[in-house]
Ligand binder design. Sequence first.
Ligand code: GAL
Length: 382
Amino acid sequence: MIVRTPPMGWNSWNTFGHDISDELIRKTADIMVSEGYLDAGYNYLVIDDCWQEPERGADGRLVPDRKKFPNGMKPVADYVHSKGLKFGIYSCAGTLTCEGFPASYEHEFTDAATFADWGVDFLKYDYCFKPIGFDGPTLYRRMGMALASCGRDILFYGCSWGADETRKWIKSAGAHMWRATGDLVDSVGSIKEHAKMFEQSVKYSSTGSFADLDMLTVGMYGKGNVGVGGCDDLIYKTHFSFWAMTNSPLFIGADIRNIKKEAKDILLNREVIAINQDPGCWQPYEIGTKGGWNPSSIPCYVKMLEGGEIALGIFNFSEEDCKISTPLDRIGLSMGTGKTLEMREVWTGETETATNGVHKTFVPAHDCKLYRCRIVDIKYGV
Ligand code: GAL
């Protein structure tokens, strides 16, 4: 099995767009190891679009941009592997990539073979320039077959933005992860919108084929290719917690060569990552809070963890500070079970409990609470 828990890593697109190079990738690989990202689980280093020459070679194969990657791609992959990381690359199901470079339509098997020769471990497969008369399932299944038969384990990331009801057919193409949404940009509005869109995909996300909410913008502060407005650390914390809680793959999009300590601490929070990477891989479920999903509402997800614990996330994407009451019977623990929760908020380390079957907490605007809970006996009269 190529992947059991949500894949993690770094991707060049959010910050660098076209501005990628052999040197950038090597330096990023160094930092992923020396600054503890690999140890925390971020093991895929992925080059996104714009790595190609505008034309294929005489042999029909894709050619890496000669200025950006003067030694070709294999030495880059070798370097990434030498650091203990896995190497990822990008192509597209259409006739061109989204930025207009040659893509894999009707070259699927050749490209899969090329990637295998270079030592690629991960393919992000986009959905631009779809040829007339072809549908998504056909195009993605073709590449799925090409990868599965290329002789190398290559993780397949179907990046069709949730279009054409991706969630309903992408698993039949063998995708290990698949984009449930359009592109995320570095703004509060975009993060909120993605969190909201996720609701329709969550029940299709499963072990070995995870719904992806797009690369993280944590630590970008408005800089780079999808910089837009930028966010503050509070919304980055909530963004990261939501992605982690809902089993989304976690791909860093910031420039980790120069990242603020606060953002790095968010990305490397081991307890949050442990909820995302829980080996049980249970599906998260929404229990609904005040008002359901509307602009001022607060999604609340629960996820059972291996070993009998439970994770609970309350995400205040609204503009108002809120007091949130969560009756435990919504989670499945009515008082009649004789059980309650002992809750540890993983960002603060503080402990909270429920009283008379209801947990109450205060969540400031844009903040979240993320708990790891133990199921314990209700102690009457204490
Ligand atoms: C988009 C994709 C982005 C990025 C970009 C590159 O379609 O969703 O994540 O890969 O193409 O052109």
